[in-house]
Structure formats: C-alpha cells, structure tokens
Ligand binder design. Sequence first.
Ligand code: SF4
Ligand code: SF4
Length: 216
Amino acid sequence: MSEQQDLFTAVANMWKGFRVTFRQMRKPRVTTQYPKEFREKPQRFHGRHVLNRYDDGMEKCIGCELCAGVCPAKCIYVRGADNPIDDPVSPGERYGYVYEINMLRCIFCALCVEACPTEAITMTHLFEMSTTNRQDAIYTKDELLVQPDGTPNHMFDEDHLADFGELAAADGWMRATSPQGRADFSGVPGWTPSAGVGLRPAEQGQSGTEPEGEDA
Ligand code: SF4
Ligand code: SF4
C-alpha cells in the first residue's frame, strides 16, 4: 500500500470516529455534575435504612427481631428490652434496645421492611454510604434512628445534605409489594405517617390503578 493510500485510510478512520463524537454532541446529556447535582431517584429506589418514630417521638421498633429473622444476609442484630414503665421508649411492651445493620453484608432486598409489623425499619433515597473502615459500615441506632422531626442521621457532611431538601427527610421508602400484597391496592396509602415528614405519598407501580371507591 502506498503512503498516499495509508494517509487516506487514516483520515477516513478519523472521520468515522469524529462522526460518533458529533452525533453524541447533539443528544441530550445524561450525566449530572454529582455531587453538586443529585439525580432524582426512582420511587422504589432502595437506599439506606432508617428506624422511624411516631408523631409523638416514640420509637416504632418493638424489638421483635422479625427483621433479623427474615434477613437473607443475616446482617441485622436486634436485642429487645422491656420498656421502662415511667419512661417508655416505644408504645409496646418492649423496644429495640440494640439495633445494628452491617451495611457491608446487606444486599438491599428490603425483606426487613416487608417483615416489620410496625413500619419501624424502612429504606430511604439516601445512598452516600462510603466509609474508610469496616467498623463504620456497621450502623447502630445512633445512625439508624431518625430525629424526632423525621430527619435521618447520617455519616456525612450535614451542610452538604441540607442543600438537597428532598433527601433530607427519611421519606421515599418503598415496600417490594403494595401494602396489602395485592396489585389492586397499589396507590393506596397503607401506613402511618412518620414524625415530621407528614403523610407519605401512596405507592405507585404495580397496576397504576386504585380499588373502586378508594381515594389514593
Ligand atoms: S435489605 Fe435485605 S439484606 Fe439488607 S438488612 Fe434488610 S433484609 Fe437484610
Ligand atoms: S425493626 Fe420492626 S421487625 Fe425489626 S425488631 Fe423492630 S419492630 Fe421488629
């Protein structure tokens, strides 16, 4: 092959490459300037867990250990204790005295959320969980239990989180199924509001319809 043909082939190949670049430049941008910009999460996004409270500030966890029993990764450790008579922590007889989740083992399946009888453990849209050592990846009640106003505790910069209002409250959690386990009931609120964050929006997604006579 002559030098002239080599040059022609090289220019043709470069032009092919630039065509791809120019074609992409005309398409809408799909990337965001994270961490300056947060992309809105899908409604059923499984982010990190929180332990919720009732409106009066009482903890919802009753220390029943159902979440720990159902967890396929065996990453939840719960120890219940009797509520102090004079100063109960939860409305039940018992409360979650110790509650830990090892986030390194969690597969974010949400079975713990499904199993919980009081909607104490839920998942949020929070996803920034990187740590510099393994011990910090074990979340205790210090990290998991929300503030009385429903704001989650977190292990990263609070000023940074404050810039992103939709992530600051512990809402946005999702069961894997509709509350009643039936597609007909998706879109129907089936849980109590958690403190400070108001009535949660209805689940959507399985059928897109509500049962007759029910308000969403
Ligand atoms: S999301 Fe799944 S793996 Fe993670 S703690 Fe809950 S049940 Fe266990
Ligand atoms: S989070 Fe729910 S399932 Fe787990 S111990 Fe507390 S009340 Fe029971």
